[in-house]
Design a protein around this ligand. Structure first.
Ligand code: ARG
Length: 419
């Protein structure tokens, strides 16, 4: 069989002209799509392929197996990069400081990972003398936007090819192509699996029954988080210590950030915490349903948010969510390199200077609830807040005067409308 020919007329300036593709840096996961791509690029373009596989903490990968597979399928080289530290410090930590959630529920793990993956692709492409970068994203998702926007921003000299977007092979044809070309297909031809993406900040599943909005989640989709009905009968309280907005210790034990994220995920997952069934507005115009498993985020984001609100004033607390919202949208929308994000980060950093302290979160059968807070920077004075004490900075006799002026405009307006 011959898959549809490679597109002859590029739409965008960064799309490769097939005739000038000599050496391609392929973002390789070892899965069916990118394995078929590895062969297909060699055949269709007569080009050399260098593979890059990025470890962002996706569980259960065997990178030696992936590398071996790439080399067996004709890759010139296969580079495996452990980018977990960089991902945690430069991408996840800023997201925590910005309380980053898109659409009220998605902690952006994929959206945060793509700009780093694409940046690494640029670095490796340059180092290996590649003229083109290839990725396995489809034409319907956000990931193509994040990856291509990053490449076009950081490396205007590099071109892009996205075979899955152009070859019009379905899963059946891909499997046939794989068989024909000696590409091992695991799992055989049974029903298509879920479309998964994961890293240390979360896991998403799409496809199959998930596309039927009326279909409640089937049990087998949950591979990370224990279903709440199976979670332990005993609750567990986890204390997270933050320094300047970044989590640094769990239950008093200091941990490296990667380890802390993984440990938090394991504990929360055991208690069924972090399942999100999300309808999402993609930037390419589609509305799509995702099943997310985000145990670490489901604990650390509310803990950070709680601590931040404790150390900020009412005015800061009214303002920051607006910036956070914009930050999350830019990142979701593939504009990691947009200067506005840097501007927002400057404010976010400034606020997080004071976000130091500890939050206790009680985990129980799918729920995570803040139960304790402490911070040297809390804008809180127990004696002022107390019902049972009077005096000090707070003068109750000043309250009526405050209320009279505070309500003045509202009272005048009310009167005008009701006269
Ligand atoms: N909907 C999420 C996003 O747009 C997750 C995408 C998952 N990506 C994937 N290739 N399966 O960020």
């Amino acid at each position: 069989m011959s898959p549809s020919p490679i597109s002859a007329t590029p739409t965008a300036s960064y799309e490769a002209d097939p005739a000038s593709v000599r050496r391609v840096l392929l973002l390789y996961s070892g899965g069916l799509d990118t394995s078929v791509m590895l062969k297909w690029i060699q055949d269709e373009y007569g080009a050399e392929v260098v593979c890059l596989t990025v470890n962002l903490g996706q569980p259960g990968e065997d990178y030696e197996v992936i590398e071996g597979k790439a080399l067996r399928l004709g890759a010139l080289e296969c580079h495996v990069v452990d980018a977990r530290e960089q991902f945690a410090h430069e991408y996840v930590a800023p997201a925590i400081k910005a309380n980053a959630l898109y659409g009220g529920g998605y902690p952006l793990f994929t959206a945060l990972g793509r700009p780093l993956i694409a940046k690494l692709a640029v670095e490796h492409a340059r180092a290996c003398g590649c003229d083109t970068i290839a990725h396995g994203c489809t034409g319907k998702g956000n990931d193509q936007v994040r990856i291509e926007a990053t490449i076009a921003t950081l490396a205007p000299e590099l071109k892009v090819i996205a075979p899955v977007r152009s070859w019009q092979m379905g899963r059946e044809e891909e499997i046939a192509y794989a068989r024909e070309h000696g590409i091992p297909v695991k799992g055989g031809t049974e029903a298509a699996p879920y479309s998964i993406d994961d890293n240390l900040w979360g896991r998403s599943s799409e496809g199959r029954w998930i596309e039927d909005l009326d279909h409640a989640p089937e049990d087998d989709v949950f591979q990370l988080v224990t279903r709440p009905e199976l979670a332990p009968d005993e609750p567990e309280t986890l204390t997270v210590q933050f320094e300047r907005g970044v989590p640094v210790a769990l239950n008093g034990e200091r941990l490296e950030l990667v380890q802390l994220l993984e440990r938090t995920a394991a504990i929360a997952a055991r208690h069924g915490v972090g399942i999100v069934d999300h309808i999402e507005d993609r930037i390419v115009g589609l509305k799509v349903r995702d099943i997310y498993e985000v145990p670490a985020a489901a604990v650390l984001l509310p803990a950070h948010d709680e601590l931040e609100r404790l150390v900020c004033t009412i005015h800061q607390n009214q303002f920051k969510p607006q910036l956070d919202h914009q930050w999350a949208y830019l990142v979701y929308a593939g504009l990691w390199w947009e200067p506005l994000r840097g501007d927002l980060d400057a404010y976010v950093e400034q606020v997080n200077e004071r976000v130091t302290g500890a939050i206790g979160i009680k985990l129980y059968k799918g729920h995570a609830r803040v139960v304790t807070r402490s911070s040297p920077n809390a804008v809180y004075d127990a004696s002022l807040a107390s019902f049972s004490q009077s005096g000090g900075l707070f003068s109750q006799s000043a309250s009526p005067g405050f209320i009279e002026l505070w309500s003045l405009q509202s009272r005048m307006a009310w009167r005008l409308r009701n006269e």
